[in-house]
Design a protein around this ligand. Structure first.
Ligand code: NDP
Length: 284
């Protein structure tokens, strides 16, 4: 079998086009959705992500603010800027680019963001709502994974899903969202005894491990759908996922490539969350 490609790049482009039209419509009604990204320090990977977010925001017509803060910014200075964003009625959603340089305290920073403007869905209030299945913001990368399944018409209900990874930003929320969609979900992690046996039962695999080409074709059930969240740079500079695309695509029915799979969806979902936040904050 040669797997069909789940083309995240083109789905993300389609979603950005839909959002652009929606933003134009909102603007005609007097609402201009606004996003802000706060970045502390000069980490090159973070700079690249921030630029991509700014470009996407501008492309769909959002009011976009980039707040760059130097290395050495204190916790108090960062919390003050978060407070300003919380109060700014032109900003409907904002995020602080992670990881933060030491000694900044990430947990306190996340909790300072008003939950209505928390378009990353990292605030414990929103995480709790997600867990109990309340409507509201969903975290961008997990939402990107489920949106890919939906846009390709790949069924979730009743399927056995195995999520590899249990981080707060990917593994746990994606497992929760699959559960709410009536998949039977197993979460695997570094202490899982026999990962290959777990994986071979999966109709849907979500790989969020952070290990290059870690999941190989022999761990994949024939006909499975494989969603690869991983972004890993090899010593030769090539970017690969957590799944070995060459061998896994011989066995799976559908697979996301890296790059061009989940990655572009994450940013598209950030834009979507911002537009939704603007609609919620401006209604009534
Ligand atoms: P974390 O490092 O926070 O979590 C990795 C998870 O994988 C942990 O739960 C860990 O288990 C588990 N793990 C590590 N080694 C093994 C192993 N040998 N066997 C089984 N499980 C293992 O990573 P993230 O969740 O933040 O990110 C995962 C990947 O996704 C990374 O490559 C990251 O770059 C990428 N990513 C991509 C995004 C996108 O937009 N496409 C967004 C966010 C992340 P344990 O808990 O036991 O330590």
């Amino acid at each position: 079998m040669t797997a069909k490609i789940i083309d995240g790049k083109s789905v993300a482009a389609q979603i950005r086009m839909e959002l652009k039209a929606e933003v134009e419509e909102l603007k005609r009604g007097g609402i201009c959705p606004g996003i802000a990204v706060i970045m502390v320090g000069d980490d090159p990977a973070s700079q690249m992500y921030v630029k991509m977010k700014e470009k996407a925001a501008q492309e769909i017509g959002l009011h976009s603010v980039l707040r760059l803060m130097p290395v050495g910014t204190t916790q108090e200075q960062l919390l003050q800027v978060i407070g300003e964003m919380n109060r700014d009625s032109n900003i409907h959603g904002f995020m602080v680019q992670l990881p933060l340089p030491e000694p900044l305290r990430e947990k306190e920073v996340i909790e300072a963001i008003h939950p209505d403007k928390d378009v990353d869905c990292f605030h414990p209030y929103n995480v709790g709502r997600l867990l109990i299945g309340e409507a509201g913001v969903k975290p961008c990368t997990p939402l990107g994974c489920l949106t890919l399944l939906d846009r390709y018409g790949l069924e979730i209900e009743g399927k056995k899903a195995v999520v590899v990874g249990r981080s707060n930003i990917v593994g746990k929320p994606v497992a929760t969202m699959l559960l709410h969609r009536n998949a039977t979900v197993t979460i695997c992690h570094s202490r899982t005894k026999d990962l290959a046996t777990e994986l071979r039962q999966a109709d849907i695999v979500v790989a969020a491990v952070g290990q290059p080409q870690f999941i190989t074709g022999e761990m994949v059930k024939p006909g499975a759908v494989v969603i690869d969240v991983g972004i890993n740079r090899l010593p030769n500079g090539k970017v690969v996922g957590d799944v070995d695309l060459a061998s896994a695509s011989q066995v799976a029915a559908w697979i996301t490539p890296v790059p061009g799979g989940v990655g572009p969806m994450t940013i598209a979902m950030l834009m979507k969350n911002t537009v939704e936040a603007a609609k919620n904050q401006c209604k009534g």
